[in-house]
Structures are given as C-alpha cells and as structure tokens.
Ligand binder design. Structure first.
Ligand SMILES: NC(=O)c1ccc[n+]([C@@H]2O[C@H](COP(=O)([O-])OP(=O)(O)OC[C@H]3O[C@@H](n4cnc5c(N)ncnc54)[C@H](OP(=O)(O)O)[C@@H]3O)[C@@H](O)[C@H]2O)c1
Length: 256
C-alpha cells in the first residue's frame, strides 16, 4: 500500500513539465488521476501512457481561468474516478517583464492563470472535501514568491499571492479535515525553464523535483521549499534591508 492507493487526484497543468511528471509518478504509485490542461490531445497521450502501465487516468480539457469549466472538470473526475482526495493546483505561466516595458495585459494574464486559476481549482473541489471532512489542497508556488526578482514582477507577485492565499486557507481549514500543502520549488528542468539563457542556480532534474514534491505531499507538510541551498539563500534575503537586497538581486537576474 502506498499513500496514493485508492486516492483520486486532480492535477491542473498536467500536460507538461512538473504536472505531467507528478501525474505519471502518482499513477505508478497507485493513484487515480484526473488530468486538466488546455491541450487535451497531449493529455490523451499521457492517459494512454498511464493506462499502458496499468494505471488509471482521464483527460479533461479545461482552461483554469474558466471557473465553470473547472467545476465541470471536477464533476467529471468525481463521476468517473470517485471523490477527489487531492488537488494539485500546478497550472502556471511566466513572463519576462522589465519594469520599463510594463504591459498590464500580460500582468493580468499571469495573475489570472497563476492566482485566479488556482482559486477556481480550489472552488471546484473544496465544498465537497469539507462536506466529507477529508482532502488535501496542494499549491505549486515558487521560491520566486518570497521577494521581488529582476524582470519578474508579474510572476513574483502571482506566486506571493498564491502562497498567501493558500496559507490563509490553511488557517481557515484547520479542524475541517482538509489539509493544505504549499510547495516552493527552485529551478526545475521543464519547458518553462528550457528556453532561458540566464544562469539558474541549483537547477534540478524533473524526476528529482517530482520526487521531492511527492514526499512533501505524502508527509502532509504544511509548506516545503527546495532545493535547500536555494531556499536558504532566498530565506536569508527576507532578513536583508531593501538597499542590500536590491543590490544583490540586480546582480543575480534569472531572466535575460
Ligand atoms: N520549472 C520551474 O523551474 C518551476 C519553479 C517553480 C515553480 N514552478 C511552477 O510549477 C508549475 C508548473 O510549471 P512547469 O515548469 O511544469 O511549466 P510547463 O512545463 O510550462 O507547464 C505548465 C502547465 O500549465 C498549463 N497551463 C498553462 N496555462 C493554463 C491555463 N490557462 N489553463 C490550464 N492549464 C494551463 C499548461 O498546459 P496547457 O498549455 O496544455 O494548458 C502546462 O501543462 C507552474 O505553476 C510554475 O510556476 C516551476
């Protein structure tokens, strides 16, 4: 028996990178997967891959910005796979945006997907979890949510909002049977990071990142930041006065 046996898991952003990696590994560990993303033809390939290894998965095309589509997706997952035990709100996008070229539409898009998309995902599963007094909400935030970074205003703001949102949920949901796990990854090799020329310290292989995330979920951690080297550097940044922090952050841009 593993933690995932007989559990139904809904993952958003399951068509690529971390979401795809989590889906395949959770299925291998015995979980039943509801895979959500916009590219349903890619999800179908992942479902095929999981089923050929005797796993259980269904693909549901949905845009996380659409609250109704998420509700329908969750209904389908419940109808076909049973009550949702774990939500992994993973769908996310990034954008390189120097302040001098600020484009409010791009910022709105990042906030819509990364923050409101996760809110829609939670709204689609939480009432039933509270009713059953059982469930786990997982947010894939980022170490980029701790403080502002160069050329990353929209992304940093979205991840700070996401982690605060889930932290508040965690407090409200104490004693309801529903737990909350916030994951703060550093850099992981996925299509999201693959095009970047900038130096990415402690860049991790996808499998390593996926295993660390799964261990944190299985242990029911309230929050988990990794890799520890980068998490320690980022946390020490929280103690720095703004002038020192700005000086260091300007010299360590992770976006070209
Ligand atoms: N890779 C890293 O270094 C890193 C580090 C820290 C945090 N993260 C976070 O980890 C999460 C996954 O990132 P990744 O690296 O795996 O990126 P990725 O390979 O680009 O995957 C992003 C996923 O999000 C989905 N998505 C994007 N917009 C969507 C929308 N409107 N509706 C539904 N799904 C949508 C994409 O699917 P479709 O295009 O098919 O919709 C895709 O499956 C993100 O939240 C990211 O911020 C990544």
């Amino acid at each position: 028996m593993t933690f995932w046996n007989n559990k139904t898991v809904l993952i958003t952003g399951a068509s690529s990178g971390i979401g795809r990696g989590l889906a395949v590994e959770i299925a291998a560990r015995g979980g039943r997967l509801g895979l959500v993303a916009r590219r349903v033809e890619v999800l179908d390939e992942i479902v095929y891959e999981i089923r050929t290894q005797n796993g259980t998965a269904i693909a549901v095309g949905a845009d996380v910005r659409d609250a109704n589509a998420l509700k329908h997706a969750a209904d389908r997952v419940r109808a076909e796979l049973g009550p949702i035990d774990v939500l992994i709100a993973n769908a996310g996008i990034g954008v390189t945006d120097h302040a001098a070229n600020l484009d409010p539409e791009k910022v709105a898009e990042v906030i819509n997907v990364n923050v409101l998309g996760a809110v829609n995902s939670v709204a689609a599963v939480l009432p039933e979890m509270v009713e059953r007094r059982s469930g786990q909400l997982v947010a894939i935030a980022s170490l980029a949510g701790y403080r502002g970074l160069a050329k990353s205003a929209a992304y940093c703001a979205s991840k700070a909002a996401l982690s605060s949102f889930f932290e508040s949920l965690r407090i409200d949901l104490r004693h309801t049977g529903v737990s909350v796990t916030i994951i703060y990854p550093g850099f992981i090799k996925t299509p999201f990071t693959s095009g970047r020329l900038a130096k990415m310290p402690y860049l991790m292989e996808l499998d390593d990142g996926v295993n660390k995330i799964l261990t944190a979920i299985e242990k029911g951690k309230k929050s988990y930041a990794f890799p520890w080297q980068l998490a320690t550097i980022v946390r020490s940044g929280l103690l720095m006065p703004p002038s020192l922090y700005d000086w260091i952050a300007e010299r360590n841009s992770f976006r070209e």
